[in-house]
Design a protein around this ligand. Structure first.
Ligand SMILES: *[C@@H]1O[C@H](CO)[C@@H](O)[C@H](O)[C@H]1NC(C)=O
Ligand SMILES: *[C@@H]1O[C@H](CO)[C@@H](O)[C@H](O)[C@H]1NC(C)=O
Ligand SMILES: *[C@@H]1O[C@H](CO)[C@@H](O)[C@H](O)[C@H]1NC(C)=O
Ligand SMILES: *[C@@H]1O[C@H](CO)[C@@H](O)[C@H](O)[C@H]1NC(C)=O
Ligand SMILES: *[C@@H]1O[C@H](CO)[C@@H](O)[C@H](O)[C@H]1NC(C)=O
Ligand SMILES: *[C@@H]1O[C@H](CO)[C@@H](O)[C@H](O)[C@H]1NC(C)=O
Ligand SMILES: *[C@@H]1O[C@H](CO)[C@@H](O)[C@H](O)[C@H]1NC(C)=O
Ligand SMILES: *[C@@H]1O[C@H](CO)[C@@H](O)[C@H](O)[C@H]1NC(C)=O
Ligand SMILES: *[C@@H]1O[C@H](CO)[C@@H](O)[C@H](O)[C@H]1NC(C)=O
Ligand SMILES: *[C@@H]1O[C@H](CO)[C@@H](O)[C@H](O)[C@H]1NC(C)=O
Length: 611
């Protein structure tokens, strides 16, 4: 009596299967078969499924591909632009060898429209999620006449690319869904912009940028702060044949997808095998400072700054009332407009996402030095940078600088923004540095303190660099570290100003030193604690810094080295002359020759510390 129930359950399973699967259940559709509502193709390894679906409460239906384990996660849609409305569709292979989608009145509403004519075409859904059209006798080959991977919807899977194939001229970009239950094309697109120098961009309504990475720096995209991880490896390619974004998974039990969400976020989602819950791993824009142009023209956005928006050195808010972290769209203007005077120089900024490539020029073969000269030569040039961190390349901005972000990762990709400023601005930025040098020289206020600070800086640098700086190893001392300078000068108070008339004390970055009476400069109260040799050393280095001729002045890395190494032999300073060479040569009318003969007028700064 146990037989009938077993028989019944066997029958039931047959019925259920025939309802869900076409009689030709499998991963391949031949030219004599078709797929209708309720019928699907399933990839060989049961990873992906192709069929009709409708999202939400809509009466529209679409042909799409979804994860078998997560049927609500549609990764590709064929007829996004022409939904089936209250109509049953049919997918089949046409006489011309194309994959076509017909509506109930047999009109073609979507077609693969491939250029290649096949003898005996079949469509196959692969385990990668790729739907391919190929010759039936050609199953092992990747010689497809058409593949869905070439026409991404809003999702990239492993093996897909978003970008350009220069050999075929095909561009793959992502377009968001209109909403989570409407796959028709939405407002956002993700594109690999290849206008001379690539940038990845999320764009609204075809032209409004909402997010961009920094420009391609020869190796990767600048300003893209993707934290290292052991699950996903993003792949960025830019060469003569390909320009694309792709990714691979580093763990076998993880399925991943990157999507452009209906509200304009590039998101990486993960699914652990055995689970049906997707986990949002990363989302771009990642922080408020990723929002395009958050701080307006010439404004900088720093996530750890408060307020987030600040103006670069030499700039001030265009509208002070509006200047708060919520509404800084007016941005910044120059305190002193550039008038192309001969004293213009540059401020070297590190840890930045370079400004957007709106109005710019790219000279692929120029050195950084040629770039500087070219920028000085053109009155419209407001900043420059090296375009390729591996070598030559000059990027020049003309006009306002948009969408600059302060990068906090602490890792500099070797790219700097050289911001053009008039001489007077550079001098005012330099003055705290002058004070610092003067303090070191005179040791009148806090000789040991400054020396200690210098050593502290050196110590920090050493830890960072894991080795002693050498002559060739250019060091960017945090010359503009507000906190340090403020402490050293007792918040720039008048009492610590070293006498009116500029650099009287220097002569007194001399007379006593030359007479061997260095110790007379040391503040009486500090005498006990100051080692004579240390004080003398500081003064000697300070004097070397203010030598009349550039060639006599040590580089910053040498200064660090001299201060750090008691044993190092120091050159004997000559009579100082502070910053006199620029004014002395200013009667010379010819420009570029003199520019090259002079020390480049460049100051290195770091961003202010976040609070
Ligand atoms: C869907 O179709 C039904 C029946 O044709 C109709 O009553 C309903 O209004 C439609 N819904 C939408 C959102 O169009
Ligand atoms: C689509 O086909 C199903 C049967 O498969 C039928 O019940 C339904 O009415 C059809 N829809 C339309 C709009 O004709
Ligand atoms: C099929 O598509 C054609 C062309 O778009 C359209 O004119 C026709 O009304 C559609 N038929 C149905 C049943 O939706
Ligand atoms: C098919 O592609 C050709 C060019 O490759 C184009 O001219 C034509 O309009 C396309 N047809 C359809 C239906 O998309
Ligand atoms: C596959 O079939 C096509 C035509 O149907 C034929 O031209 C081709 O030679 C065949 N290739 C192989 C490898 O058999
Ligand atoms: C460009 O990069 C892709 C991906 O790494 C590679 O397949 C292709 O061969 C490269 N092209 C050139 C010209 O190096
Ligand atoms: C920012 O200022 C502009 C112009 O004054 C104004 O239209 C806008 O609403 C303000 N936005 C916010 C977030 O306050
Ligand atoms: C850039 O330099 C390369 C190699 O030196 C050379 O082949 C190329 O012609 C140069 N391009 C321009 C525009 O000068
Ligand atoms: C500066 O560069 C811009 C952009 O190429 C150009 O239009 C302009 O003529 C240049 N000006 C000078 C003085 O060279
Ligand atoms: C240009 O600006 C500098 C200061 O930045 C000033 O000294 C000079 O007089 C200005 N020249 C003109 C023509 O305005």
């Amino acid at each position: 009596m146990a037989d009938p129930p077993i028989f019944i359950s066997f029958c039931t399973s047959i019925v259920v299967l025939s309802l869900l699967r076409p009689s030709s259940a499998g991963d391949t559709l031949s030219s004599v078969q078709s797929i209708k509502k309720g019928e699907t193709l399933v990839s060989q390894g049961q990873k992906f499924e192709l069929g009709f679906f409708s999202a939400g409460s809509s009466n529209n239906s679409f042909l799409g591909i979804w994860f078998v384990v997560s049927p609500e996660t549609v990764v590709w849609v064929a007829n996004r632009n022409s939904p089936l409305t209250n109509s049953n569709g049919t997918l089949e292979i046409s006489k011309e060898g194309e994959l076509v989608l017909l509506n109930q009145s047999k009109s073609v509403i979507w077609s693969t429209n491939s250029s290649k004519v096949l003898g005996n075409p079949v469509a196959q859904l692969l385990d990668s999620g790729n739907l391919v059209l190929r010759e039936s006798n050609n199953s092992g080959s990747v010689d497809y006449s058409w593949q869905s991977f070439d026409y991404p919807s809003d999702t990239i899977l492993v093996g897909m690319t978003a970008g350009w194939n220069f050999r075929t001229g095909l561009e793959h970009h992502l377009t968001s869904w209109r909403s989570t239950d409407d796959p028709s094309p939405g407002e956002y697109t993700y594109r690999y912009n290849i206008d001379r120098l690539p940038q990845l961009e999320i764009v609204r309504k075809g032209s409004i940028k909402v997010y961009r990475t920094g420009p391609w720096d020869g190796v990767e995209f600048g300003g893209l702060s993707m934290e290292g991880n052991t699950i996903i490896n993003p792949i960025f390619v830019y060469n003569t044949t390909d320009a694309y974004f792709a990714f691979e998974t580093l763990k076998d039990d993880i399925t991943a997808k990157v999507i452009l969400s209906p509200d304009g976020f590039m998101q990486c989602h993960l699914l652990k095998s055995g689970s049906t819950e997707w986990y949002l791993m990363y989302s771009l824009p990642h922080d408020p400072c990723d929002n395009y142009g958050q701080c307006g023209a010439n404004g900088v956005c720093g996530v750890n700054q408060s307020p987030r928006c600040f103006c670069m050195q030499g700039f001030m808010p265009k509208s002070q009332e509006e200047w708060d972290m919520l509404n800084s769209t007016e941005g910044c203007i120059r305190k002193i407009p550039l008038n192309c005077s001969r004293g213009d120089g540059f401020l070297k900024l590190s840890q930045v996402k370079l400004p957007d490539l709106v109005d710019f020029q790219l000279f692929k073969n120029m050195s950084l030095e040629e770039c500087r000269i070219e920028c000085l030569r053109n009155c419209s040039c407001t900043a420059y940078a090296n375009s390729d961190i591996r070598g030559a390349g000059c990027l020049m901005w003309l006009g306002n600088l948009i969408d600059i972000k302060q990068i906090d990762t602490g890792v500099n990709n070797g790219q700097y923004l050289f911001l053009r400023l008039p001489a007077s601005e550079l001098d005012s930025i330099r003055s705290p540095f002058k004070k610092l040098v003067t303090i070191v020289v005179a040791s009148a206020i806090s000789g040991l303190l400054v020396a200690g600070m210098a050593l502290g800086i050196i110590w920090k640098r050493r830890i960072k660099r894991q080795g002693l700086p050498s002559e060739t190893d250019e060091i960017d001392l945090p010359l503009y570290d507000f906190a340090t300078i403020a402490v050293a000068t007792n918040h720039f108070s008048q009492t610590n100003k070293l006498g009116a008339g500029g650099f009287g004390s220097v002569y007194k970055a001399w007379l006593l030193w030359s007479e061997g009476r260095a110790m007379e400069l040391i503040d009486v109260s500090l005498c006990d604690s100051v080692l004579e040799s240390q004080a003398e050393r500081c003064m000697q280095v300070g004097l070397l810094c203010v030598q009349k001729f550039t060639k006599d002045r040590p580089t910053m890395s040498s200064v660090v080295f001299m201060l750090a190494n008691e044993g190092a032999t120091l050159p004997l300073p000559k009579e100082p002359g502070f910053f006199t060479e620029r004014s002395s040569g200013s009667s010379d009318a010819s420009s570029s020759v003199k520019e090259e003969a002079c020390t480049p007028n460049i100051i290195t700064v770091t961003w202010p510390e976040g609070r």
